[in-house]
Design a protein around this ligand. Structure first.
Ligand SMILES: Cc1cc2nc3c(=O)[nH]c(=O)nc-3n(C[C@H](O)[C@H](O)[C@H](O)COP(=O)(O)OP(=O)(O)OC[C@H]3O[C@@H](n4cnc5c(N)ncnc54)[C@H](O)[C@@H]3O)c2cc1C
Length: 296
């Protein structure tokens, strides 16, 4: 079997899974990187991981034609850097995003307006434009994660009970369940730079995490952004075995408003993966970001 796939979050999870089931897999993406909105070190780690696993990655690719029937035989003609290429395989997985299913429901008759992208228009309390009608989850344009849809439910439940629970400013953690995982909470470096937020960058390779060595799973890294005029953690990224679990430890610290020094100075059990956070926050911030801090 030889599936072709698209290079977003869903596409890369399923690409690796299908490859490990034994398929030959090609990932096709129109951007110049996998997960192109993420930091370059994340996308580069994923690229190397996929290459090592024998997954073909076709970037900057525009699909021109698809013919055949997925499940039997398919042919994809694409253009990459001005050259036309043809791929043949047995299955196509289109993981090119999801669209809200709001057509034909008569929402307009109920006075429920949509955004220009077709989502139900809501305010921060998840009220629609029609009093007494609420919307939650992906259809309301919330970030596309199960835990966010569940939180939307809590927002509406509290507001129905007379509260004033809003979605504004809530944390949006996520984990991409590749192996190793890619997990993030708070700011990435790209986001910090785009927002003009100065930060100190702490970063260590997973080889520096003793538990990763005992597991023989040393691929990846941990990194954290810490504010420059205080010790607050602004963001944390793990490309790591059980990265989602490590990230959640940092998230709890962020919720509690703990400074990064709490990890640095904590007595963490050896050898656990979370012990690696002690190593991370004991490391020196990188010179590049020290310069950026001064420039801010
Ligand atoms: C392959 C894949 C992997 C994912 N992995 C993760 C993950 O690991 N972690 C994570 O947090 N998120 C993950 N997600 C995203 C997550 O599934 C969604 O964000 C989440 O399901 C959104 O919940 P929801 O209730 O808003 O919408 P949905 O789960 O899509 O629920 C909407 C429901 O409404 C129904 N419906 C639609 N139209 C109508 C209608 N007209 N009348 C009646 N019912 C209707 C649908 O049938 C569906 O049951 C993944 C998504 C995909 C596709």
């Amino acid at each position: 079997m030889s599936p072709c796939d698209w290079g977003g979050y869903v596409g890369i999870e399923l690409s690796q899974a299908m490859r490990r089931f034994g398929s030959k897999v090609s990932v096709i993406d129109r951007n110049d990187r996998l997960l192109h909105r993420e930091d370059d070190d994340v996308t580069e780690a994923l690229r190397r991981l996929f290459e090592d696993e024998g997954i073909d990655i076709l970037l900057n690719a525009q699909i021109k034609r698809i013919s055949g029937k997925s499940g039997q035989s398919v042919k994809i003609v694409l253009e990459q850097n001005g050259l036309e290429k043809t791929l043949e395989g047995s299955h196509v997985l289109v993981a090119a995003g999801r669209t809200p299913n709001t057509e034909g429901l008569g929402l307009d008759l109920a006075g429920v307006e949509l955004t220009n992208r077709g989502y139900v228009k809501v305010n921060e309390r998840l009220e629609t434009t029609s009093p007494g009608i609420w919307a939650i989850g992906e259809v309301a344009g919330s970030p596309q994660f199960t835990h966010i849809s569940i939180d939307d439910f809590r927002v509406v439940r509290d507001n129905l009970a007379g509260g004033n629970h809003v979605t504004t400013g809530r944390q949006v953690p996520f984990c991409v369940f590749t192996d190793p995982e890619f997990a993030r909470i708070g700011l990435s470096e790209k986001e910090a730079k785009a927002q003009g937020v100065a930060y100190r960058l702490f970063k260590i390779p997973m080889e520096g995490v003793l538990r990763a060595r005992t597991l023989s799973e040393t691929r990846g890294f941990l990194k954290a952004l810490v504010e420059t005029d205080g010790d607050r953690i602004l963001g944390f990224t793990a490309v790591a075995v059980d990265g989602g679990e490590i990230m959640s430890s940092v998230q709890i610290a962020m919720i509690a408003g703990l400074p990064y020094t709490a990890f640095r100075d904590a007595v963490l059990t050896h050898p656990t993966l979370v012990e690696g956070l002690g190593a991370l926050f004991s490391s020196e911030p990188s010179a590049q970001n020290q310069r950026m801090r001064m420039a801010h």
